[in-house]
Design a binder for this molecule. Structure first.
Ligand code: FPP
Length: 243
């Protein structure tokens, strides 16, 4: 079978964000336990990370675990925590050799110690790499991120570090978990759900949205190229007029 390639490399999104949805349904459809969907989903994630590096996407941000996901059965939560840790262990040497910077965003509370340790170990290990940035949103919620941003800025106003009249968009950006990262250009959600689910609300403000019915464990490189090709055809006006 002929391997499908991206047709052209013009207008590649700088920052792609992905809601990797549909792991559970993928497994259930095959009579498997939901965790098998997460297992397959983790492999797809690596495939998409590598494809991003190949085509020149500079930042890939993925929604691995939301603050709402704690509502799931404990066994599934435990599995997801282990899967994320295993993913980081399994691909460590590859990520280093490819000089990918890894950032984990989200709250630290409730995350098991072994994963929290891995998070800081990885961020420190890869902090000087710049071939690409891989952002894992783990125990992440956009509302929580915005609340902590307001608290951080308020604290700086209280201690006279900044004047209230100097607060602007840049101040907000500098106090988000995504500090220093570019805005999202393309947001992909798999599995047919058409919503944003508390993901990067500030950062997505001008992103192009791509929704597909394909379940995340089936979202291979070919599907990713389809999303990128659709993005390449979009006209982004950022509120202005087309030239
Ligand atoms: C949504 O599918 C997916 C998740 C909540 C977890 C995503 C995690 C991975 C792809 C693998 C592990 C993560 C890393 C960082 C390696 P769902 O379970 O909500 O599917 P459903 O809607 O069909 O039930």
């Amino acid at each position: 079978m002929k391997k499908r390639k991206l047709k052209n490399f013009n207008n590649i999104p700088n920052h792609v964000a992905v809601i990797m949805d549909g792991n559970g349904r993928w497994a259930e459809k095959r009579g498997l336990k939901r965790n098998m969907g997460h297992r397959k989903g983790a492999d797809r994630l690596y495939e998409i990370l590598m494809a991003s590096l190949e085509v020149g996407v500079k930042v890939l941000t993925v929604y691995a675990f939301s603050v709402e996901n704690w509502k799931r059965p404990q066994a599934e939560v435990d599995y997801l925590m282990t899967e994320a840790t295993n993913f980081l262990k399994k691909h460590e040497s590859d990520i280093i050799s490819k000089e990918i910077r890894v950032i984990v965003i989200g709250e630290d509370d409730r995350i098991p110690d072994y994963l929290r340790e891995k998070k800081y170990y990885y961020m420190d290990l890869t902090k000087d790499y710049n071939k690409m940035t891989f952002v894992i949103a783990l125990n992440y919620g956009s509302h929580q991120e915005l609340v902590q941003m307001v608290k951080k800025i308020s604290e700086k106003v209280k201690t006279n570090e900044i004047d209230i009249n100097d607060i602007n968009e840049q101040t907000v950006e500098e106090n988000l978990y995504t500090k220093g990262l570019p805005p999202v250009d393309l947001m992909i959600r798999t599995s047919g759900e058409i919503r944003v689910s508390n993901f990067l609300l500030w950062q997505l403000s001008y992103a192009e949205m791509y929704f597909t019915k394909v379940l995340w464990p089936d979202f291979n490189k070919k599907e990713y190229y389809k999303a990128l090709e659709e993005y390449q055809l979009r006209q982004r006006r950022f509120g202005g007029l087309t030239k």
